[in-house]
Design a binder for this molecule. Structure first.
Ligand code: 8DG
Length: 330
């Protein structure tokens, strides 16, 4: 896998051999290195070459992904994820050259990488730790929706000896889309600002397509959308001039290339839930007849799931009460 991720004016791409001198220039700075546990100071140039070669090997093996944070072809810093397959987690680390601090770059890059990992890698959690005397980095994690899990002690090569770190965890449910990233991904419009009273009701329609083997079609929310990586019933927002049924027909055509007829879609149940920044009202229809084969037209992953296995697919919280109803029906 050779992912390239974009967010705002930044591009995150895997480190390349040619990055060694730029990386060395930025990281061989006491103010940067003292916050990174595994780097010595001074940081010899040869270590940059060896480190990049190692990261390339590990990304081929699917163990770790270390991205260069690039803007206008200039390397600003790095963000990396090291996976632990056994605990289904990835540990997140990031640093920026001193000239690039204070501009929201770390939040944007770390958020993009963490959400990509939760969508793409076989993990359920992203973990991170931050030196106790690094409040700027802790603020980045909190802004992204990470929560504190405890304090531990960790050995820092650059400073010598053990130093206290605060540990954090983020999951698909807690990691929010940062404002900077929302600007570029058109995802902010379904969520009013937290302070805007009264909270608006968001009308979303969805349908459970059921095939002849009694399996239900689920779609994985793609990267860049809120709740990325969670499985949902296909559907989407009802536009102002549409009926819910018209919206359903449009969404299935756009997202899956499937033609539904309103005569074959039966109202089944609905969800009405406070989702924080909006109130979700989601009628769910059942549909056993349609035209065409569902295709992932928006890059989403699709799965036909037997009723008994629906629990194995993490879904947004409002969907959870629907699962027992479907199981009973099927
Ligand atoms: N389609 C769908 N949305 C769900 C489900 N459960 C749930 O909480 N939602 C929420 C997630 C989103 O906040 C909202 C759907 O918005 P969306 O952004 O996916 O809608 P859309 O397809 O119109 O997206 P877009 O074109 O505006 O990007 O409803 C579900 O099972 N299906």
């Amino acid at each position: 896998m050779n992912p390239t991720l974009r967010t705002g004016s930044l591009t995150l791409r895997l480190l390349e051999t040619g990055d060694a001198s730029a990386l060395h220039r930025q990281v061989n700075d006491w103010s940067v290195v003292r916050m990174l546990s595994q780097l010595p100071f001074p940081y010899p140039r040869e270590l940059a070459d060896a480190w990049i070669a190692d990261t390339r090997k590990r990304s081929q093996q699917g163990d770790a992904y270390h991205f260069a944070i690039m803007r206008d072809d200039i390397l600003l810093g790095c963000v990396g994820l090291v996976t632990d397959h056994r605990s289904r987690s990835a540990s997140l680390g990031y640093w920026l050259g001193r000239d690039h601090w204070g501009q929201g770059i770390a939040t944007q890059a770390a958020g993009r990488a963490a959400r990509w990992a939760l969508t793409t890698l076989p993990i359920d959690r992203v973990i991170a730790d931050v030196a106790l005397d690094n409040p700027a980095s802790a603020a980045v994690l909190r802004r992204l929706g990470f929560s504190e899990t405890g304090v531990a002690s960790k050995s820092f090569l650059s400073r010598g000896g053990e130093h206290p770190v605060t540990q954090y965890v983020g999951t698909r449910d807690t990691l929010t889309t940062s404002d900077a990233e929302a600007d570029t991904h058109d995802v902010a419009h379904d969520e009013a600002p937290a302070s805007a009273p009264p909270r608006r009701t968001l009308l979303v329609v969805a349908a459970a397509l059921i095939d002849e083997k009694q399996r239900v079609l689920l779609a994985k929310r793609p990267e860049g959308k809120p709740l990325a990586g969670l499985w949902e019933f296909p559907g989407g927002k009802v536009e102002p001039e549409e009926s819910p049924e018209q919206a359903l027909v449009r969404e299935f055509r756009e997202e899956l290339g499937v033609e539904l007829s309103t005569a074959c879609t039966a109202p089944f149940t609905f969800v009405s839930q406070d989702c924080g920044r909006f109130h979700l009202l989601m009628p769910l229809y059942l549909c056993r007849r349609w035209r065409g084969t569902p295709m992932p037209r928006e890059g989403q992953e699709l799965a036909w799931v037997e009723a008994g296995r629906l629990d194995a697919y993490p879904m947004p919280a409002p969907d959870k009460p629907i699962i027992p109803l479907l199981r009973e029906l099927l």
